[in-house]
Design a binder for this molecule. Sequence first.
Ligand SMILES: O=C(O)CCC(=O)C(=O)O
Length: 263
Amino acid sequence: MKIGCIQLNVGFGKVEENFARAEEKIREAASLGAEIIVLPEMWNTGYALEKLPELADVDGERTKTFLQGLTKELGVHIVGGSVSTKKGDKFYNTMYTFDNKGKQVGEYSKAHLFRLMDEHLYLEAGDEMNRFALGDIEAAGVICYDIRFPEWLRAHALDGAKVLFVPAQWPTPRIDHWKTLLQARAIENQCFVIAINRIAKKIENFNGQSMIIQPWGEVLWVGAEDEEVAVIDVDFSIVDEVRGRIPVYDDRRPGLYSGVVMK
Ligand SMILES: O=C(O)CCC(=O)C(=O)O
């Protein structure tokens, strides 16, 4: 399966520019043979949190129409990163996923809000899981800071996900955490992790280094430190073989953890 990874250079508050750029890059990835295309976090507005009342996508309608049109036309699955949305009088950081027939298969709002970037002051947290299938690929999606909560990703793996998609805006100063956490999440859940970070060089400090990690922990690909469209071949069939090598799922002792760790 060919994964189109789009490390988008997201303009701060520049919704029109961001939609145009995302479309250009999605078309480029599809023309290079991508079958699943993945975008980064909050690509419509960037972290223009104070401007959300003017800029957030109301009920995600624009994003859903955009993704549905492109998935249908190009015959590709799109894990649509995330966009800022307005639902009722609240704002969210929402990920939409469409399959290659133009059907919406996922909607998820970031469950863990990142206080260091004031997300909790502007956004509401979602409280639903994000499991979906892309054809016969059992997958899930979480957003950026969510990866610091292993129990949340484990819940998705226990629910059957074999691939975890992670759109992000992960800043350069903590890029070592990004790499280590993603690799750990892949190893402990024995699944693929496909994590797409954004680029921003001027005001903000995001320098890509998206990653695809295999279920045994091998790093299959690391993105450049600049805007990039990369198409990477992955073999999802190896997940079952890796899970057979060390039977972590069979060896779990949930009864032991429930009263202690999982409070
Ligand atoms: O956890 C981190 O260090 C970065 C998280 C983040 O930037 C985010 O969730 O937007």
